[in-house]
Design a protein around this ligand. Structure first.
Ligand SMILES: NC(=O)c1ccc[n+]([C@@H]2O[C@H](COP(=O)([O-])OP(=O)(O)OC[C@H]3O[C@@H](n4cnc5c(N)ncnc54)[C@H](OP(=O)(O)O)[C@@H]3O)[C@@H](O)[C@H]2O)c1
Length: 340
């Protein structure tokens, strides 16, 4: 039998929360790179919350994945064969190979990994898209100033932990919100947050709001929005006038069911009365600033000033379970899959 490439396909669209039945393993003959194409053996692939959106049929900033097509996503790997002048066997590269053991892409769609990106998994996490998202969202739309207070949810994930640590380095009071006592301890002890609240311990918005107001005695100047849901509802009344909300994600609502009582008039009223700046952003449109990010954060990571955690599942076949677990907070740190 010819050499095979393995992939995970979208078997069906989820209704509500996705399940293992929505995925299917598939193998096909190894692709032969054509003109200007490069064949890559994947080493690590990234699992990200945005992939949940692409499983649904609704149009977003990227088209939905077709049922029967491979799951999409970023990965790093080693070049096996190259028909492109810029790449040679052995080169370490990043590309959108999807959930697959190999990728075959035009050289123009690949990036060689910069020397700072060692181990290569960093290109998918701390020094890749999620870390860059935290850096860009905080600086461009949060506009942090020393002495201010910032709140961020999914605080121990790759975006939230980057945001919190950069804000601490800029002299802010930083309060995280995370799922479970262990993650909260991690946010304070490893990532240096001033406080972290366990959102699971506060079933009611009012209780979460009261706890937040205790750890944010001067109110909230920046709310880095990763979640939506209950946290958004608790944060809004505590926002200071002229506060900023970088709108990065709303994972609490990705399954389609609203989990908060926040109405559109409540939201607009808070934004108007407090004169809030809310800026949605899609990081794929800002990669011209990636070199500046790498230059600033690369040395901070190398020196230990910024810390970073990875949660690595082994084997392509375990990608669906790791993805479902990550959506429910089962990950501690950046969720990766090591292709074995
Ligand atoms: N705008 C952009 O271009 C862009 C780019 C990258 C990421 N994002 C967004 O940034 C956010 C963080 O991404 P990430 O990669 O760093 O994810 P992540 O933290 O690795 O994983 C998602 C985390 O969200 C939390 N979560 C899930 N459901 C929740 C719920 N109902 N209520 C509260 N928390 C919940 C869980 O953490 P806990 O266990 O701590 O609750 C889970 O671990 C996501 O919303 C993502 O879509 C946006």
């Amino acid at each position: 039998m010819s050499e095979q490439m393995h992939r995970i396909l979208l078997a069906s669209r989820p209704e509500g929360a996705p399940s293992l039945e929505n995925f299917r393993h598939d193998s096909c003959p190894m692709p032969d790179p054509g003109t200007d194409e490069v064949l890559v053996k994947a080493e690590y692939m990234s699992l990200d919350p945005y992939m949940r959106g692409r499983m649904s049929p609704s149009e977003s900033y990227v088209p939905p994945i077709e049922v029967g097509a491979p799951m999409q996503g970023g990965a790093v790997g080693e070049v096996l064969r190259s028909n492109h002048a810029d790449f040679a066997p052995g080169d370490k590269v990043y590309g959108m190979f999807g959930w697959a053991s190999h990728g075959c892409l035009p050289g123009s769609e690949l990036q060689k990994l910069a020397p700072a990106l060692q181990p290569s998994s960093l290109a998918l996490g701390a020094l890749g898209m999620p870390g860059f998202t935290g850096w860009h969202g905080l600086h461009a739309y949060g506009r942090p100033k020393a002495g201010e207070t910032l709140v961020v949810g999914a605080a121990t994930g790759p975006v939230g932990s980057m945001v919190g640590q950069l804000a601490k380095a800029a002299g802010l009071r930083v309060v995280g919100v995370a799922g479970g006592a262990e993650k909260c301890a991690l946010a304070v002890e490893s990532f240096g947050f001033d406080a972290c609240l366990d959102h699971r311990a506060y079933a009611q918005v009012d209780a979460l709001k009261a706890a937040l107001s205790e750890v944010c005695p001067k109110g909230i100047d920046i709310y880095f929005e990763n979640l939506g849901g209950k946290l958004l509802e608790a944060v809004l009344p505590l926002m200071n006038p002229m506060g900023r909300i970088p709108l990065c994600g709303m994972i609490a609502w990705y399954d389609g069911s609203p989990v908060s009582g926040l109405s559109a008039p409540d939201l607009w009223r808070a934004m108007l009365v407090k004169q809030l700046s809310v800026t949605g952003f899609i990081i794929a449109n800002h990669f011209d600033q990636y070199p500046a990010f790498l230059e600033e954060v690369g040395p901070m990571l190398a020196s230990g000033k910024i810390r970073f955690l990875e949660d690595v599942a082994e084997g392509l076949e375990n990608a669906p379970a790791a993805f479902l677990s990550m959506l429910k907070g089962g990950n501690t740190g950046k969720q990766l899959v090591k292709l074995t």
